[in-house]
Each structure stands twice: as C-alpha cells, then as structure tokens.
Design a protein around this ligand. Sequence first.
Ligand code: SAM
Length: 354
Amino acid sequence: MSAGPDTTPDEPGGGAGNAMPVVFRAIAPVLECHLLHAVTRFGVPDALSDTPRPAEEIADALGLHRDALRRALHALAQSGYVAEGPPGLFALNDAMRALRSDSEMPGATLLLTHVEHSLPLYAAVGHTIETGEPASEKVYGKSYFAHLAERPEAQRGFVEGLGRVGTLAFGPALARLAQELTPRVRKVVDVGGGDGFLAEGLLRGDPELRAAVLDLPSVLDAARDRLAKAGLLDRCELVPGSFFETAPAGADAYVIARCLHNWNDERAVAILRTVRAAMGTEARLFVLEQLVPEEQDDSAAYPDLLMMLIGGSERTESQYARLMADAGLRLTGTRPFGPGVGGVTTSLLEAVPA
Ligand SMILES: C[S@@+](CC[C@H](N)C(=O)[O-])C[C@H]1O[C@@H](n2cnc3c(N)ncnc32)[C@H](O)[C@@H]1O
C-alpha cells in the first residue's frame, strides 16, 4: 500500500470538493503500520525466505487465513516492506529481513513495543494539543515509563531494543571515549542506563574502568543479563532507583543517554540536579541526545512529536545548555557521536559543575 494518491487541492481529482485523497493519505500509513505489526507478530518474516513462496503456503504453516494473508502481503509489497513476484509469491527484502527474529537490528522488538504501547498515544494527541498534558497521562493515567514498568516483558523489549540499536550506532565511539577518558576517569555512572549497552561499550574500551548503571529496579534484570553475558558484571554495579531522587556519589564521570528528551524542562532539570548533587567538583557529565539544529529544520519534527506524546521534547544545543545552567552545570563542549532517528545526528554534550 502506498501512502495514497499524492494529489494537492489544485490537481484534478484533488480539489477541495474531493476529500478522499487527503483522507486516504492520512489513514493508509496507519493501516500499513498495523499490517506490519500483525505479520511480524504472527512470525511471517521468519517464515519468508529469499526464494518466493506462495502466501497460501505461509498461511498454512502459520495457521493464518490464506486469502487475507495474501492480500495483506500484497498491500505491504506496494510500499516495499516485502518483495512480491511472480504475483502471489512473496520473498524477503531488506525491510522484511530487519523484522526477522535473527536480525542484527531489533526491528521486530521495537515495532511490536511501539505499536502496542506508543501507538495508542497517537489517538490522544488531541488531548495534548488541547491541554499540553502528555497523551500517556490521558491513556494510561501515568507516565509512559510508569506504564512500561508494570509490563516487564514490554519494558525489557524496549530497553533491549534501544540497547541493540545503541551498540550498533555508538559501539566504536564508546570504545574511543573510554580510551580518551583513561586514566583520569576510573569510575563512570550511567544514569537511566537501560540494558547497560553504554556501560558495556565503555568497559570494553578500558579494562581498568569501573561502572554503575542506575535505572528503575525492573529494568536492571536486562542490564544484569547483558553485562553477565559480556563477562563484565564484576566491574559494573547495578543501582536500583529513580534519577529524580538519587544517583551514586563520587564517580569521576556521569552519563545520561537518551533520557532527558523523555521529560519536560522541569523534570529534565530535576534529573540534572540529582546528578549535579552526586558529582564532586572535578567530575564530568556527558549527555547523549540527538540535537535539533538551532535554525528551523524539519528533520526533528516527528521525533519531537513522539516525545511530546510522553511529555518530553527534542531540544537544541542551547536549550540543553540552559537546562544544565539551571541545574548548576556548565556546558563545555558538544561533538557528533553517531546517527539518530530520522536523519538527525546524535551528539555528546559535555558539562562540568558551574
Ligand atoms: C529512552 S531510555 C534510554 C536508556 C539508555 N540510556 C539508552 O540510551 O538506551 C530511558 C531510560 O530511562 C529510564 N527511566 C525512566 N524513569 C526513570 C527514573 N525515574 N529513574 C531512573 N531511570 C528511569 C528507563 O527505564 C529507561 O531505561
């Protein structure tokens, strides 16, 4: 399925009297998203191979409805999510390969978690536009992270998916950063560290380094498993807690990766203040976030809206500098660190106590 006829109101068939093109353009991607979620959940990517197979054969193998699956895959083929040819026969392409359970990319995990726990928020965006309140408060009656914390499987999928993407995107840069911090930095605390991918990357880069990962208690099992598998658990402490209340004191460096954009300015400053209070005068803070360019730029518009739904915001460098200043920190430098969502670059911001 394509995103619908690309007509403008001035084109034949797209005039103001004909609402269908604009309505279709709006609804088609939503259905496409649910189609992709359904075929992924049923295991279709794993059942496909490089050799085209009839939809009926895949439906029989997975216990699905033959005609409905053929029509669903045909629609997905129109927008490039699966290869079709000859007609009715389907094979893997790059997009479908990324959704297989054996893919290096955690496409399936991220898609399933997003559709099941973030897509319901889309329907409440009107509430946010009307009131400014996060859609998650309206839909779940609590913050997005409090909602995930009550669903250990989804929460684990979320942090592990982010961690796998993080390793692919930032693994080499983390090893270089660890080298650069040697020998002055002996202990680093990763605040809101998720599945521990960042701690793992730094610990691999410097065999003398020690780390601590602070996150909600329910997240730390994922970090424990990951670091144990990497043989690094003896150099990494796991600290259950809330970054609004506490952070381990006395480390040489602190990292907050991809967390501040989940929260509004007031909450983001609260996290920074917790970390500032834990930092000695010589300690350094690193913040990993994708930055919105200072000048008007459309690339971050949708990533920013995703954050808006949960009460956060994508920000420019100067906006982060202001939040840091409000928390008693001074931004000392910013450098590109790797890719971000939707073509935006992820940057590493460095700060010291003001
Ligand atoms: C977007 S994830 C980023 C995780 C990791 N830093 C990364 O880059 O993959 C946000 C993290 O913040 C954690 N988090 C949310 N609320 C928290 C809180 N109150 N205290 C500590 N961690 C929290 C989540 O559990 C999650 O691991």
